[in-house]
Ligand binder design. Structure first.
Ligand code: MG
Length: 331
């Protein structure tokens, strides 16, 4: 089979990323720019303005650092969703312009599927149960019959969002600050633990933790109580999905996969089921261009290109709406 090269563009939230991947599984470049709000959470329009400012530099760098010439590309992939509309539009606009200018296929990538596929690539997992945890997403997924099925998910806010918002409101900043402070915690305060089957709810927990803090509880103790509760809920729901699917690999992807404590808990749980645990390396844990490029390669090989007229962004695109036909071919 001829080797193909795809440029991938990520822009679902605070990161504008550019990557180039080949069908041999090589990542030739992975360049990411992250918008950091001066205070509070991500403001979608400000993030989009940040992305627009750094976009042309990013396009130039991805070619320079990869040594690939634009004409050598076989496709242009972009995150079509899910994500914040203004941010998604920046990446989609760049991708459409390049696809038209270079006369190359346009490949619409589901952001969550891309987190899973970059994990499978760099970790060598074949068929894992996946815990995808980040600031904007919390779900448990596994491949079955042509696509990634969602076995469990958050019923309200993302687990990462719960920890980030707590850290910001408590004045210590987002993750990893709450987890670092938790290491100095001594007292565990019970907090609402809400698991329903393989789903979990985090918003009541966030409110309760903030209340505890305003009632005068020690910050380190609240951090300990909150992180332990969040990670326990994630581990419990993941355990149900593992037992149900009877798979032998567990994979952690997304920004919260960087958590040392979450990893410890998941490893202890997986050991009881004889499953191996694989954690995505830090450079591919957060949103990045390489994961879109690699998933673009898989989609190009599976014939999933779309015409520019059908490339409208999909802010609520779920991973179980995205066909993954390359999996049947053993890719
Ligand atoms: Mg993400």
């Amino acid at each position: 089979m001829r080797e193909v090269k795809v440029l991938g563009i990520e822009s679902t939230a605070h990161t504008l990323g550019f990557g180039i991947a080949t069908s041999r599984g090589e990542i030739l470049a992975n360049i990411n720019y992250t918008y950091r709000p001066r205070e509070g959470g991500i403001h979608p329009r400000e993030a989009a303005q940040h992305h627009s400012r750094v976009a042309s530099e990013g396009v130039e760098r991805v070619f320079r650092e990869s040594g690939v010439r634009p004409g050598e590309l076989d496709g242009i992939a972009f995150s079509i969703g899910p994500g914040m509309g203004p941010c998604l539009r920046v990446g989609a606009t760049i991708a459409r312009a390049l696809a038209i200018r270079l006369g190359k296929p346009l490949l619409p990538v589901n952001h969550g599927v891309a987190h899973i596929e970059i994990g499978r690539l760099v970790l060598g997992c074949r068929d894992p149960v996946v815990l995808y945890v980040a600031g904007g997403n919390t779900l448990i997924a596994a491949y079955r019959d042509g696509r990634y099925r969602i076995f469990g998910e958050t019923l309200d806010i993302a687990a990462g969002n719960c920890l980030d918002v707590f850290g910001i409101r408590a004045g210590i900043g987002p993750m990893p600050a709450p987890e670092v402070r938790a290491r100095e915690g001594e007292r565990f305060h019970p907090l609402p633990y809400k698991v329903k089957g393989m789903d979990a709810s985090f918003s009541g927990l966030l409110t309760a933790a903030l209340n505890l803090l305003s009632e005068g509880a020690r910050l380190e103790d609240v951090c300990l109580s909150l992180t332990e509760t969040v990670y326990s809920m994630l581990t419990e729901t993941l355990e149900r999905a593992l037992a149900f699917t009877e798979k032998s690999e567990v994979m952690l992807v997304g920004g919260l996969a960087r958590s040392r404590r979450l990893r410890e808990m998941v490893e202890a749980m997986a050991e009881l089921h004889g499953a191996t645990v694989h954690v995505v390396p830090s450079e591919y844990a957060g949103d990045n261009g390489a994961m879109i490029a690699w998933t673009g390669v898989l989609q190009l090989l599976a014939g999933q290109e779309i015409p520019v007229e059908e490339s409208r962004i999909r802010p609520r695109y779920r991973i179980d709406e995205a066909p993954a036909p390359w999996r049947e071919r053993g890719l």
